[in-house]
Design a protein around this ligand. Structure first.
Ligand code: SR1
Ligand code: MG
Length: 435
């Protein structure tokens, strides 16, 4: 029997979503006309929630409802519906800092776990754009700006620790979704678990080799602990290219339901991981060698831009921030020498975030190939042997960076390593082990 959160909770279908708006005059006014004039589409695309777009003569709205189970799996995998509250709390907490980089939220319903927000048009999901070979050149810059702002302003570098601990308290309640991340991202890919969906039989040897790789599991343990313990800033918590909607000149970050206070590099690393996946998948997606090379060069460029914009903006926002905080109290940095030391500390702090970024990127890539939550980037490759080869390259790259983090103190080193792993073989997980 379906476990629902309260007696009044009802799962919406497309018609129900329109009816819901009709029953809320302030929302209906956005659409104009009467419900008979409206059209409603079910556009659910992610793993967890229902999403509907409703259009009227004057405008459109997006209605999102948290289901009490994992949408793509079904009722056999219950999922805490309170994630909608955390998504709303996250959106509210970051709103003063991110401006138009997030959609406008019009309404949140705590009983129905419904969020009504601005309908983004003509935005498309960033992953879909990349899959279609379309470049949205602002996206990497805008997401970097978003992460720099949210990471800085929710950290001890910006606010008194009391404020930071209040956030930590609120988001530490988001237990169910942190459990998903701990299991699906950090644990399942390194054990036999029926949820895993590694491409069989092609990647059986790779999956076994990851399970048997003690050094890799120790590296992953280090970063799993960091995810659990390193309370640096409020994270989006699931910042992949499916959590970004963009046009050529506008970018919005959506879907903050996995929010937690954690290591800043988890957001930056997750985002870069999905560009790396797009890079490895590209050669097998059927374009000409020239098209593949130029799209890959663009993706590498976007990764570089993303990191450089993040690092520069994070430091700049910090330099401009003249408000008391408990991370770097103003009373300690009054002379020129103090300020130089502070600047050096800023740079080393961002260098530390890069190390975390690279590590979390590696972990995210592995889980997207071995674990439950797979990606269209690879699954659109119909020839499984070809798909496995692209996946093996990405796995080899990810394992290598996790085992040799000391090599990646510079983002360019990461980009250079991409090509070294492009030829990794599905049948021979050991060949590239030392690369
Ligand atoms: C059961 S949920 C699987 C994945 O979907 C979400 O987007 C998160 O990435 C999660 O790990
Ligand atoms: Mg999502």
């Amino acid at each position: 029997m379906l476990h629902t959160p309260n007696h009044d909770y009802r799962i919406l279908d497309a018609q129900g979503a329109a009816g819901y708006l009709a029953a809320h005059p302030a929302l209906a006014a956005h659409l104009g006309g009467t419900p008979e004039d409206w059209t409603c589409r079910d556009v659910a695309d992610g793993n967890l929630n229902s999403v509907f777009l409703i259009d009227g003569p004057q405008g459109g709205l997006c209605v999102k409802q948290a289901l009490p189970y994992v949408r793509v799996f079904g009722e056999g995998w219950p999922m805490d519906i309170n994630r909608a509250r955390f998504e709303h709390a996250y959106a509210s907490r970051v709103a003063p800092h991110v401006g138009t980089l997030a959609p406008r939220i019009h309404h949140f319903d705590e009983t129905q776990f419904i969020t009504v927000m601005e309908k983004l048009e003509p935005h498309i999901i960033l992953r879909s754009a990349l899959l279609a070979g379309q470049r949205l050149p602002r996206a990497a810059t805008d997401v970097a700006e978003y992460v720099a702002r949210t990471a800085f302003h929710t950290s001890n570098l910006a606010v008194p620790f009391e404020r930071k601990l209040t956030d930590t308290g609120v988001f530490s309640g988001n237990i169910a979704l942190q459990r998903i991340t701990v299991d699906l991202v950090f644990t399942d890919p390194y054990i036999e678990n029926p949820r895993n969906r590694a491409l069989s039989p092609h990647l059986n040897l790779w999956a076994a080799s990851l399970r048997e790789d003690s050094a890799l599991k120790a590296a992953v343990a280090r970063h799993r602990l960091s995810y659990l313990c390193k309370a640096q800033s409020l994270l989006h918590g699931d910042l992949h290219t499916g959590s970004v909607m963009a046009t050529l000149d506008d970018t919005r970050i959506i879907d903050g339901e996995f929010a937690l206070v954690g290591p800043t590099g988890f957001d930056t690393g997750t985002f870069i991981a999905h560009y790396v996946v797009a890079w490895f998948a590209r050669s097998a997606q059927g374009g000409s060698p020239q098209d593949t090379a130029s799209f890959r060069a663009a993706l590498a460029d976007d990764i570089l831009t993303f990191w450089n914009v993040f690092a520069t903006r994070f430091i700049h926002i910090w330099q401009e921030w003249d408000v008391e905080n408990d991370g770097t109290p103003r009373s300690h940095f009054t002379s020129d020498t103090d300020r130089q030391a502070l600047d050096a500390f800023r740079r080393s702090h961002v260098d530390d975030i890069l190390v975390d970024t690279v590590a979390f990127m590696g972990v995210e890539i592995i889980r997207r190939i071995i674990g439950f939550a797979q990606l269209a980037d690879f699954h659109m490759i119909s020839d499984e042997a070809v798909r496995a080869k692209a996946m093996a390259g990405a796995l080899s790259f990810a394992r290598s960076v996790l085992l040799h983090l000391e090599r990646f103190g510079d983002i360019r080193a990461l980009l250079d390593a991409l090509t070294e792993h492009d030829g990794a073989h599905p049948d021979d997980p050991q060949t590239t082990r030392s690369v």
